[in-house]
Each structure stands twice: as C-alpha cells, then as structure tokens.
Design a protein around this ligand. Structure first.
Ligand code: IMP
Length: 190
C-alpha cells in the first residue's frame, strides 16, 4: 500500500519513511510540495492544524494523503510552545526554539513535558480520520545529543535514561508520539 505524506520537515519525513519501511507501507512525500503554497496554520489545536493541512494538500495527491501537526507541551509553561512549536522563537529555527524554552523554564524544578502528534488522513479534500499520539518526558537543563530534530536534544525520556537526541531514529519511533499516531493510522487503513 502507498500513502502520500505532506510534510516539508526533513526530520519528520525521515521518521515516517523509516517507520514505513519497518511496518511495510510505502510512504511517499507529496511531489512538488515546495511549489505548492503552504496553507496558514491558523488552528488553535494540533487536530485543527493537522486537518487543515491534510484537507488542503490531499487535493494535490493522487490517492490517500496524511499530514501531521505536532509539538512540545511544557507543563510549567502552561502547555507552550504547543501549536507554536515550529515558530516559538519567531521562525529563527530549532536552536533558537530550544534556547527560548530553556530560558523561560530557567531553574524551575517542574520540568514535565510531552510531545504530541496528530495525524489527519484525507482524500480529495475531505478528512477521513485523525489519530493522536503522545510521549511523556522531562526538559533537561541543557541540550544533550546531536541526533533527531527540533526539541529532541533537550527532551529526556526516563525509560531510556537519555534524551531523544541521543537515540537512533528507530528506537525513538518505537516509543514516540509520531510512532504511536502512525501505528494507529496503519491499523485504521488495514
Ligand atoms: P509542525 O510542522 O507545525 O507540526 O511543527 C512541528 C514542530 O514541533 C517541529 O518543528 C519541532 O519543533 C517540534 N516537534 C514535533 N515533533 C518533534 C519531535 O519528534 N522531536 C522534536 N521536536 C518535535
């Protein structure tokens, strides 16, 4: 089976394609995604943004397409960066986003956080279903490890005893928010 994926984020795409090869499904990036004007992510929730992206990009896909919206929720920051995760530091990139979270959290001992991923599946402009995955962890006092992407190097995952920046993609995907959402989607697709 082949499904199309609408993401311009190379970190996400790498994880989806790796998982697809392990789980036996062909996940193809939507061709020419870069030449399609991106929709504005105006949703207040991960669900709303995933749905608007999937509905929009599915009009350009020859079959079933999925899009995800994901991010980090830090409890002591009232759930921030949340849906603003990609542009928390105003679009200045992953390093600046990480620094801003660390700065805002300071020495606060309450460092619980979670990654959330919502995948929306759509066909010809119509959303068919959504799937949510989460993974619980803690924000380190400094970044650790050079793997993964986004907030991975400062996200400590207690069962592994290290950050997501210190594990390979396959190990992360086995427990991650994105892995959980994708496995739910694959179960639904049959
Ligand atoms: P989106 O493209 O609007 O869904 O934004 C997702 C953003 O959330 C990314 O750019 C990262 O900053 C963050 N994020 C989502 N998933 C992960 C992950 O698995 N690891 C690290 N950061 C993530």
């Amino acid at each position: 089976m082949k499904v199309w994926c609408a993401t311009g984020n190379p970190g996400k795409l790498r994880e989806f394609r790796l998982a697809g090869s392990v789980l036996g499904i062909e996940i193809e990036p939507l061709p020419d995604l870069k030449s399609i004007e991106a929709p504005e992510e105006t949703g207040a929730t991960f669900e709303e943004n995933a749905c608007l992206k999937a509905a929009y990009y599915s009009r350009f896909a020859p079959g079933i397409l999925f899009a995800d919206d994901s991010g980090l929720e830090v409890d002591a920051l009232g759930g921030e960066p949340g849906v603003l995760s990609a542009r928390y530091a105003g679009g200045a990139g992953d390093d600046a986003n990480n620094e801003l979270v660390l700065e805002r959290l300071g020495d606060n001992p309450h460092r619980t956080a979670r990654f959330v991923c919502v995948i929306a599946v759509a066909e010809a402009g119509v959303v068919k279903a959504t799937f949510r995955g989460t993974v619980e962890g803690e924000i380190l006092h400094e970044i650790r490890g050079g793997g993964g992407f986004g907030y991975d190097p400062m996200f400590y995952y207690p069962p592994f005893g290290c950050s997501f920046g210190e594990v390979d993609g396959e190990r992360k995907f086995a427990v991650s928010h994105r892995g959980e959402a994708l496995r739910k989607m694959l179960g639904w697709l049959g």
